[in-house]
Structure formats: C-alpha cells, structure tokens
Write a protein that binds this ligand. Sequence first.
Ligand SMILES: Cc1ncc(COP(=O)(O)O)c(/C=N/[C@@H](CCC(=O)O)C(=O)O)c1O
Length: 429
Amino acid sequence: RGIRVASCAVESLEKEKTSYATKVTRNANFAKLQAGYLFPEIGRRRAAHIAKYPDAKVISLGIGDTTEPIPSVIAEGMKAKAQALSTLEGYSGYGAEQGEGSLRAALQKFYLKLHPDTGVKASEVFVSDGAKCDIARLQMMFGADVTIAVQDPSYPAYVDSSVMMGQTGGYEADSQQYNKIHYMKCTPENDFFPDLASAPRTDIIFFCSPNNPTGATATKKQLEELVAFAKKNGSIIVYDAAYSIYISDDSPKTIYEIPGAREVAIEISSFSKFAGFTGVRLGWTVVPEELLYADGFPVIKDFNRVMTTSFNGASNIAQAGGLACLSDDGWKAMEELVAFYKKNVEIIVEAVTSVGLTTYGGKNAPYVWVHFPGQSSWDVFAKILEEAHIVTTPGSGFGPGGEGFVRISAFGHRENIVEAAERLKKLFG
Ligand SMILES: Cc1ncc(COP(=O)(O)O)c(/C=N/[C@@H](CCC(=O)O)C(=O)O)c1O
C-alpha cells in the first residue's frame, strides 16, 4: 500500500510540474553519470517486486546493511551520552570537527593494537559520519585535476564521486568505463589482485581490502607491492578498511602495517559494519603527517581545512558509541557480531557451492561473490529476485569487471539466511 500511495503521489506531482526552469547551468559532470547510484536502484527493483508479489516473503541480501541489533554495551554508551545532554553539566554543543579527543586517542590505541609499527597519532585521525561521506570529502580535497585508479569491481562510490568531481571524461558504453579512470581488473585469473606491472600512473589509487564486492583480501606481500607502486609513481593510496574486522587470517588489517605506507596512504574506515552503525553514522580517516603533495605541502592540512569548513563534527552521541565500541567489552561484542555474520556467509557458501556454483571471497568479508560465467549479472539478479524472491546485487553494478557475477550479502537474520540458502539450492539445484 505504502508503495502505491508513494507512486500516485509522485504522479500527481508530475502532472502539476510547471514548465518554468531557472537559468542555472547544470554541472556537466552529473550528465556523465550513467543511471542512478547502484543501491537506490536495487531498492527500486525490490519495491517493484514487492508491489508485484505483495504476499511473497522477500529476503534482502542486496545492500550491505547490517541487520542485528547494536550490542547493548555499545548502545548503553550512547544512551548515557543522550541522557547527559539533558543536563546542564552534561550538555555539549559543537565539538571539534576532527572528532572528540577521547575517541581520536582510542582510535590511536586501536591502531597500535592492530600492529605496533602503524605509528598512527591521534592528531592524524579525523572522526566522521562515515566512510562514504569521507570519500566525498577527500574527492573535494583532491579536486578535478587528478586521475584515479580503482579496483574493478569495487565499491561504486569511488567512481561516481570521481565523475561528479569532474576528474573523468565521458562514459564509454562499449567498455562500460569512464574515460581517464584506470580500472584495475580483479578477476579469478589474477586472484583478484591487479597487475601493477602493467598499470599506468594515476594520482590517486582507491584500494579496498577486504574488497567489496569480491571479498578478496590483499596479503602483506601484495600490499608491499602496492605501496612500492604508489611510491614509484608518486601516487596517493586511499585505502578503504571498512571490512578489516572481518579478516580472520594473517592478512594486514591496516595499510599502515606496511613500511613506507605513511608517506603514500590515507586510510578510511567505519564502525558501520563493525558494530551495526550504518544508521548511527560514525567513521574515520587517517591522514599521516608525512603524506605530502608534489610541492611538499602536507595533505593533512588540506584535509583538516575540508573537515573544518564542510563538516561540523560527528554526532556526539555517535562518538560516545564509538568509544563504547573500542572498550574491551565493546570490542568483544563487535567480534561476536562479526562472527554471527561470518557464520551466515558459511551457510550461503555451502548452499550455492552444493549446487555447483563457484563462489569467491566470503572468508574475510560479509559478502559472497558468486560466478555465473557468460551470463549478464542483471539477468541473474532478476532471475533470483523473480523466482526466489531474494534481493542480491548484480556484479556489473560494481564495474565492468563484475559482469558475470552476483554479490550476496550475509547481513541478515539467521532464519532469513537459512531460508535464502534453501531457496538458492532449489533454484540452481
Ligand atoms: C568499501 C565500503 N566503504 C564504505 C562503505 C560505507 O561506509 P559508511 O559510510 O561508513 O557506512 C561501504 C558500504 N557499502 C554497502 C552500502 C552501500 C553504500 O554505502 O553505498 C554496500 O556495498 O552494500 C563499503 O562497502
């Protein structure tokens, strides 16, 4: 019903639409964008499917949005802060745009715990309202005249924000690529790690490990190669560690484990998939003091300028939640949450491999990358939705390298994951 009401509301707006237009010229970069951002499009298809089958029990394993409640030890931290705001002595207004000192210090300790040589200082940690938001702010800082490289496939925010910033040329329909972006192919053939020897120089290299959507996790040796590649080319790595907590083998959990990384790498991360903070909104970006532009100017100074000018700090309640996450009890609770989702991954992998499908990733990430060689990923997405009432994400939504794959998210209540596994076995069995 909600959906029908919404659609007729939109229709009536369409009818009343005036022919008046302003004289403002549209930002030409937005005209280069192909289709809408991936995940709202998945949402639209889900809504249309529900409207078509109102009695079907649709299971959503599309957008990687956490489903389990925030552990109470963490929620308590936010509750106490919210309560304190109602008192004279506990009230606080605008905080430091870089984040509260206590949380920045806790994140410095977090890095030390990950690896003794990371060398991250509290003053290099910028607390934010999420990693996606920081990608946009980093792009604002880099400006239009940089070239970027991305893993292909990868999280769509890197490419789409680059197009919006005017860093790219037009879209090439045959290659499904934007001009000026270098797409570093990540396929089963190269074990999802790009061939850097043949890669051209770009100013910025977006690198996500564990990778969304493939789940591939770079080894220490591969990251040493990546850092050496960036150093040789004088490039800046934007290293996305949003899923680092899912790593259960000896793969690095931060780029700063790699010697020399502080001179070439920015790291972004987030509490979203650590603690179910996708709605609370809390992330962070590390910009090392040693990271310098070609003219020797420290990048951290410009990022600080972006944060102080375009951001008024993460919510004080969310930051209290972040502190609770990083407490001993909070950390234990996060690890339990992550273990729950990793069990979901196992259930999905077991089901799809039992009917002969090939999967990748899933070991260090909450996503399963399922191969449908020679098939259009949107067609497979549509088949799974239509016949099993399961929402997934078509691989081509993450770049041309994702064609022929589908991403299944493990973020789901256990009973839904078990149900979805049964349906997938039936569908492909
Ligand atoms: C590699 C990577 N980096 C950052 C984010 C978003 O982090 P937050 O903005 O902190 O929630 C994500 C979130 N991805 C989800 C949500 C979609 C979205 O954020 O657009 C997904 O791929 O389904 C991500 O995969």
